[in-house]
Write a protein that binds this ligand. Structure first.
Ligand SMILES: *[C@@H]1O[C@H](CO)[C@@H](O)[C@H](O)[C@H]1NC(C)=O
Ligand SMILES: *[C@@H]1O[C@H](CO)[C@@H](O)[C@H](O)[C@H]1NC(C)=O
Ligand SMILES: *[C@@H]1O[C@H](CO)[C@@H](O)[C@H](O)[C@H]1NC(C)=O
Length: 686
């Protein structure tokens, strides 16, 4: 059982250094930029020093907003006012204090939906390709009844950096997109009156942000302008990407719930819990109830003092991945009722959780003592119009497609996905390789390292209680052959394992095993390789052996389990060519099939634990001459319609479920009738 006691003090210490370090960096950076006569394109550069009071804090609280008898939740999603700053004057609105009055009184505003990326909403390349700051604003009322409560404002994610004002007062500042942040606004709001929330969002990526980017100045027909460059292969969508919530808590409230589950030798579920109340008063006490899916109480615990305890679930129903059990994704509910010496049940919070064990060896990865074989995808949060904005229709459709195709896992390439999607994964039994936003990491520096570690700290804090999360991915395609990569990743890996020793860590590596300096720090080695695509383009006869040899090489070098985290081919739906030719549907299917052969050979060698196709669906990228309307490696189109390869992959994933996980209730429409003599696998033969 991981030692939960060390989690917080450690983080607090780390935070102290990080704040002062960044403060200093910003100072030096702004000085340098100033001396160079260069306008800071990141508002940080100019205003960082003035806004220290709103600095990032170590992650605290952030329980997902849920109603209970002691808590109210209100959504601020909807249509907000929006204004783009002048690219050459990113700090203009700050200097002129646009946050002090209605945005429309300072500048021209347009409508902007929240949640959504702003890039594809407007018919204007200047908005789509904007570099720098944008402003969002809306009004809201707070009922009089909230006056006796604490009121919180919570953002699911704003990419990349956010400043938030309530009625003109700066209440929050957060950087690193794809991660939630919240702040108490009790003393800043007008009860029973109108309030204004103003958000400044800055999408600039620098060499020290996660992910990294670079701003270069170039001549255009409109003079010198800043250009955002980045090496990663997805569009740098920006804006308020996830829901905005107002919620209340009582004065004394539950700030954190940390769970740690296990199963004992008799098959009982052991649920270690630690509750943290905001007042940190040792006279607090709490009642913890565990409910099963049918709402029966299965255990009750009373704790006081440290509010730490252990609940037991007799004959626990374990959380199993989809197709690994006839009753997968079993979730219990934990109900926490916090009391103080003065008042009983001051705060109540409920959340779902699952009980499962994870173990890993040099050759395998086990869930509930059964070897896992991942049948998965790399994905993106991406869709037409909304970009990276949370969309429940899309989310539900995607999980339906994952089930349709028989997948049991995906990696949150290349950043944390929405909290709502993590809840879906728990509910559907989809295993998650949970990745932080570090992509193509290069140019290692201390400031980058601190941000990288902070991104993992925020991610682990957010997702530690999800049974679906089975692994942390600490980076995607880092340049681990470069100077300092060794020290850098030794520290990232050490820190991640310190925060959560209960899950293995991995990273998706693309450099050659002979020059890589990261794999030795991982528990499980993931590699990305595009045989017959980026190398030996079109050569379907140069796939199978290469995949077998590379996976085997990784295992022989490090004696660890290996999985293939990316393989694939760009495919234009409807393009058919025989014999198979790159970009055609035939080529994608045949290239997959060559990989399947390699995977089957590798499976018999005993250390190979999974395959992840790149990608689930087509997605948007920066404009380049290698991308036609974006990256087309999807098994589904961007509109979530299957390419030919989807039907092929579906057969394989269900056949694997049948062979490896004893899952014999195959979909009846997996194969179509062709003839009486059809040689097909059906349920009788399996
Ligand atoms: C590396 O990062 C530093 C900031 O830490 C930056 O000043 C420098 O220009 C970067 N080097 C390259 C080659 O991008
Ligand atoms: C909470 O209380 C414990 C025990 O009294 C103490 O060790 C700890 O430092 C306190 N933490 C905070 C954040 O005040
Ligand atoms: C796992 O690998 C490590 C490093 O190669 C080795 O020291 C250890 O003995 C191995 N464990 C088992 C059970 O083989």
């Amino acid at each position: 059982m991981p030692d939960l006691r060390n989690l917080f003090p450690r983080n607090e210490r780390y935070f102290q250094t990080s704040v002062w370090y960044c403060w200093l960096c910003q100072f030096i950076r702004s000085l340098t930029f100033f001396l160079m006569g260069f306008i800071g394109y990141m508002v940080n550069v100019v205003f960082g020093i003035m806004l220290v009071s709103g600095e990032d804090k170590i992650t605290e609280g952030l329980l997902y907003p849920r109603e209970s008898e002691t808590r109210e939740v209100r959504s601020l999603d909807g249509v907000w006012s929006f204004a783009k700053s002048d690219t050459k004057q990113p700090s203009e609105g700050l200097r002129e204090k646009w946050f002090l009055k209605d945005l429309a009184d300072s500048t021209n505003v347009i409508h902007m939906p929240v949640p959504s990326s702003y890039n594809d909403i407007v018919e204007d390349a200047a908005v789509r390709d904007h570099v720098g700051t944008v402003w969002y604003e809306r009004k809201f009322f707070v009922p009089k009844s909230w006056q006796t409560q604490r009121v919180w404002l919570r953002f699911g994610s704003v990419h990349y950096e956010a400043y938030v004002w309530i009625n003109g007062n700066l209440v929050a500042r957060h950087s690193i997109g794809h991660l939630p942040f919240e702040t108490e606004i009790t003393s800043h709001i007008n009860y029973a009156k109108e309030n204004r929330v103003t958000v400044l969002c800055d999408n600039v990526l620098l060499q020290t942000t996660i992910p990294q980017g670079k701003i270069v100045e170039q001549d255009s027909d409109n003079g010198r302008i800043p250009i955002q460059q980045y090496t990663f292969d997805f569009f740098n969508y920006a804006g308020i990407h996830r829901s905005v919530h107002l919620y209340t808590t009582p004065n004394t409230f539950i700030k954190e719930i940390i769970l740690d589950t296990d199963v004992d030798s008799e098959g009982n579920g052991i649920v270690g819990f630690r509750i943290i109340a905001n007042n940190n008063d040792t006279t607090n006490y709490a009642k913890v109830m565990i409910y099963d899916r049918e709402r029966n109480i299965v255990d009750t615990q009373a704790v006081d003092g440290s509010l730490t305890g252990t609940a037991t679930i007799r004959n626990v129903k374990k959380w199993w991945p989809y197709l690994m059990s006839s009753d997968p994704a079993y979730l219990y509910t934990i109900e926490v009722k916090l009391s103080t010496r003065a008042e009983e049940n001051v705060d109540v919070y409920r959340m779902k959780f699952g009980v499962r064990t994870l173990k890993w060896t040099n050759t395998s990865f086990l869930i509930n003592d059964k070897p896992i074989y991942f049948r998965g995808f790399g994905r993106h949060e991406d869709s037409d119009i909304r970009g990276k904005g949370l969309d429940f229709a899309l989310l539900t459709k995607d999980f339906n497609l994952l089930r349709w195709i028989g997948a049991n896992a995906y990696r949150t390439s290349h950043y944390p996905y929405s909290e709502e999607s993590m809840q879906f994964a728990d509910e559907h039994g989809i295993m998650i390789v949970d990745e932080c936003p570090s992509v193509d990491t290069d140019n290692y520096s201390n400031e980058l390292l601190l941000n990288h570690k902070f991104s993992l700290e925020q991610l682990i804090h957010r997702d530690r209680n999800h049974p679906s999360v089975v692994m942390w991915s600490i980076a995607n395609e880092p340049r681990t052959q470069k100077t300092n990569a060794d020290q850098y990743f030794a520290e990232v890996a050490r820190y991640t394992k310190l925060l959560d020793p209960s899950r293995p860590i991995t990273a998706a590596i693309a450099v050659h095993m002979n020059s890589d300096e990261l794999a030795k720090y991982l528990d499980i080695i993931s590699f990305n390789r595009y045989n017959a695509w980026y190398t030996n383009t079109g050569r379907l006869d140069m796939v199978t052996n290469n995949v077998v040899n590379e996976a085997t090489g990784w295992h022989e070098k490090h004696n660890k389990p290996v999985l293939m985290s990316e393989y694939g081919a760009d495919t234009v739906e409807g393009l058919h060519m025989l014999p198979a030719y790159v970009w055609s549907e035939e080529f994608q299917s045949q290239q997959f099939s060559k990989h399947f052969e390699a995977f089957d050979r590798l499976r018999s060698s005993g250390f190979f634990i999974g395959e992840f196709v790149w990608n689930f669906a087509d997605f948007k990228t920066a404009q380049t001459y290698t991308r036609v309307g974006g990256n087309k490696k999807g098994v589904f189109t961007r509109n979530r319609q299957p390419k030919a390869s989807a039907h092929l992959l579906r057969k394989r994933y269900f056949e694997l479920a049948s062979e490896l996980d004893n899952y014999h209730t195959l979909p009846t429409n997996l194969y179509e009738y062709t003839s009486q003599n059809q040689k097909q696998l059906d349920r009788n033969e399996l």
